[in-house]
Design a protein around this ligand. Structure first.
Ligand code: UDP
Length: 329
């Protein structure tokens, strides 16, 4: 297949690029504007396999159109997006313009140029604050921030585009809590301002932060802290390949990507302390706005319908790989 990856220099995009290069079955073109993606990741991945890179901003429609005209893409895997929830509340238009308007434009070009498959990075944030912490793909979607809404709107655009164009199929992947780095520590999360729990814990272990906070200990959970479904980046990456293959002989579909069980913030922190042997300082802080108590994927659809076989469903493995990477950078 001739595949276009947008945002291929980013955290998730670079791991999917690595997985595709390792299976060496496709011709790959990556575009990225290096807003949050890392040039180092692309340089590192040159040792894994061959791909073309074009620096391009998704807002540059004329450039995108040229790229589509000079390649005959069979599939697009679309990662390029802004991802910070808090920023999306302060500057929602930034999110709607990039995550929704630029995505609509990309989908339009995909249809115009006869691209048959579109894999879209969506998010558990589209579910908002579910009543029951375990969500399946048809659970109600009521996002509570512009980030989640910007992704939900793109989901809708994809559904409408596919309904109107019989040759165009989508695979929507709703990610839960992605963490860790590649097992060989070749690539990982490079974004210095990341706010995610496991990244923050490894930054604290390695002394890049003096301490870290627990945002709320008064939730209605077993130890009072929030519970999330943490998935290893390599298992998340392999889900994209599984869904891409699934679309060869199946219709468009939507998949939750998580393991189906969760860990509390305290469990994550205690595991990180045990693995590292560092008893880092943890401060009790108030709840963070918009955090649901429990968010766990019902991922039975992905497991049952596609060839996806998770291999890293182990909190220690996830944290150890994140820590090995954090020590390297
Ligand atoms: N969290 C925390 N301290 C941190 C970062 C996160 O207590 O420094 C908590 C956060 O409130 C949430 C959980 O860890 O309950 C996971 O947060 P994260 O930002 O990793 O992912 P989210 O679930 O918000 O996408």
């Amino acid at each position: 297949m001739n595949i276009l990856i947008t945002g291929g220099a980013g955290y998730i995009g670079s791991h999917v690029l690595k997985a595709l290069l390792e299976r060496a079955a496709d011709k790959i073109t990556v575009i990225d504007n290096f807003y949050s993606g890392s040039q180092d990741a692309l340089v590192a991945l040159e040792s894994v396999g061959k791909f073309d890179f074009i620096k391009c901003d998704l807002a540059d429609t004329a450039h995108l159109k040229e790229i589509f005209a000079s390649h005959k893409f069979d599939a697009i895997i679309h990662f390029a997006a802004y991802i910070e929830v808090f920023e999306s509340m302060q500057n929602p238009l930034k999110y709607y313009l990039n995550n929704t308007a630029n995505t609509a434009n990309l989908i339009n070009l995909a249809v115009e140029f006869g691209v048959e498959k579109f894999i879209f990075s969506s998010t558990a944030a589209t579910y908002g604050e579910p009543k029951d912490g375990v969500v399946c793909e048809n659970s109600p979607q009521n996002p509570i921030n512009p980030y989640g809404t910007s992704k939900l709107m793109s989901e809708q655009i994809l559904k409408d585009a596919a309904a109107a164009n019989s040759k165009f199929k989508y695979g929507i992947l709703r990610y839960f809590n992605v963490a860790g780095a590649s097992s060989d520590s070749l690539i990982g999360q490079n974004y210095p301002n990341a706010t995610h729990l496991i990244k923050v814990a490894t930054q604290t272990i390695t002394g890049k932060r003096a301490n870290m906070s627990i945002f709320g200990r008064d939730y209605d959970t077993k130890d009072g802290t929030c519970i999330r479904d943490y998935i290893h980046i390599e298992d998340l990456a392999s889900a994209h390949l599984a869904v891409l293959d699934y679309l060869n002989s199946n219709d468009s579909d939507i998949f939750n990507v998580g393991y189906g069980h969760g860990f509390s913030v305290l469990e994550v922190i205690n595991t990180a302390k045990k693995i590292s042997g560092v008893d880092f300082e943890v401060i009790d802080a108030p709840r963070r706005l918009g955090d649901p108590a429990v968010l766990i994927a019902d991922s039975s659809k992905l497991r049952n319908l596609t060839s996806w076989k998770p291999k890293k469903d182990n909190l220690k493995t996830i944290i150890a790989s994140a820590l090995a990477w954090e020590k390297k950078i």
